[in-house]
Design a protein around this ligand. Structure first.
Ligand code: HEC
Ligand SMILES: [Cu+2]
Length: 359
């Protein structure tokens, strides 16, 4: 055995010896870290989430009380000093019956009824009932795709606004989310606001959520939907009503950034436009020969969105070109075909142009 392997072994032993205390010390820290952050149900920020939060605590406390009581009884049977008193078979039978009726019937029935009483208002708070003032809640459509979120703001006269992977919503008022899926079952869940509700292809479900105050919230698909399920994150921004209206209005006026960048737009029309919509993109530039049974996110405001690929990377300067080159490494198996046949310069050009698209 050489000296170096000897040293290596000694080091390994030490590392292993240190690992356990280190793990024990960090485990509670990691567990507690799970209680905070933008996706924590323990930090509710809206009425539906708050009522779910109380159901969560009620369930935790009741199940702890029941477990402790049961364990204590169990331990008592080991530790009791006096031998059990002599009983007739009839007495034994009566005691057993008491346990079966009490522990097996009464306890579950009482717990389930209590839980129902507690949880019913939670479910009710997410139903789109008529508002007290007779008005209607803001409606936002959310459509799940493998593996990204399509967000639509319906508008009859003003025109519809479409975006993806970023949900802008007004704060301080109820919002009715009309949810569905374009392919498999996904689930809509904004932990700090409430949910989760399945998004089922061919079916529209409405779930009402409200944010108490402006803020940024994380959201995540909550139903396993394939290889990239974990990378199906949604960035939720609750803003003041005026800011919300201003954002929608800005999105509705045709973007002025469609001038210039001729080469990039030409390439986009040829390789991308069959799957990706951009508001006001000239129809004559669109080549329709790319497969487009799979649609991609609307890119009309991609230059102002916070993430790319439904949360796999931040959309900073230069990030779009990077995504175009490496998206199959960043998010393996995602539904956008690789563009290795395009040279780097073209991809850079397209990326630079897309960055200018902001509401
Ligand atoms: C066959 C359809 C298809 C074609 C062609 C296509 N894409 Fe995509 N694209 C997608 C899909 C699907 C996604 C979503 C991937 C994901 O996040 O899972 C996507 C994602 C993107 C994103 C990230 C969007 C976001 O909201 O994060 C950008 C940017 C993008 N594509 C640009 C392009 C460009 C530029 C081209 C042409 C060079 C192109 N795409 C060609 C389907 C396509
Ligand atoms: Cu999913």
């Amino acid at each position: 055995m050489g000296l170096s392997t000897g040293i290596q072994r000694a080091c390994c032993r030490w590392v292993n010896r240190l690992r356990r205390p280190a793990m024990l010390a960090t485990a509670p820290a990691l567990l507690l870290a799970g209680c905070g952050g933008e996706m924590s149900i323990l930090d509710p920020s809206g009425p539906a989430a708050r009522s779910q939060y109380w159901v969560w605590w009620a369930m935790l406390i009741v199940s702890l009380v029941v477990s402790v009581a049961l364990f204590s009884l169990w331990l008592y049977t080991f530790w009791r000093k006096a031998p059990p008193p002599e009983r007739t078979a009839q007495q034994e039978h009566r005691i057993m019956l008491r346990w079966v009726l009490g522990g097996g019937l009464a306890l579950p029935i009482i717990s389930i009824v209590l839980l129902l009483v507690f949880a019913a208002p939670t479910g009710r708070s997410m139903i789109p009932l008529p508002l007290p003032d007779g008005g209607s809640a803001e409606v936002i459509e959310v459509i799940g795709h493998q593996w990204w979120w399509e967000i639509r703001y319906p508008g009859d006269e003003e025109g519809e606004v479409v975006t993806a992977n970023r949900l802008v919503m007004p704060a301080g008022e109820p919002v009715d989310f009309r949810i569905t899926s374009a392919d498999v079952i996904h689930a809509f869940w904004i932990p700090r606001l409430g949910g989760k509700r399945d998004m089922v292809p061919g079916r529209h479900t409405t779930i009402r959520l409200e944010a108490d105050a402006p803020g940024v919230f994380g959201a995540q698909c909550a139903e396993f939907c394939g290889a990239q399920h974990t990378n199906m994150l949604l960035h939720v921004e609750a803003v003041e009503r005026e800011e919300y209206d201003a954002w929608l209005a800005a999105r509705r006026t045709a973007p002025a950034q469609l001038a210039g960048h001729d080469d990039a737009r030409e390439a986009f029309g040829e390789h991308c436009a069959a799957c990706h919509r951009v508001d006001g993109f000239p129809a004559e530039l669109i080549h329709d020969d790319v497969a487009h049974d799979i649609l991609g996110p609307d890119l009309s405001d991609i230059g102002s969105r916070p993430t790319l690929g439904s949360g796999v990377m931040a959309r900073e300067e230069g990030a779009i070109a990077y995504w175009l080159q490496f998206h199959q490494t960043l998010k393996p198996g995602n539904r956008m075909p690789p563009h290795n046949h395009l040279d780097n310069e073209t991809l850079q050009d397209i990326g630079a142009w897309l960055e200018t698209l902001q509401p």
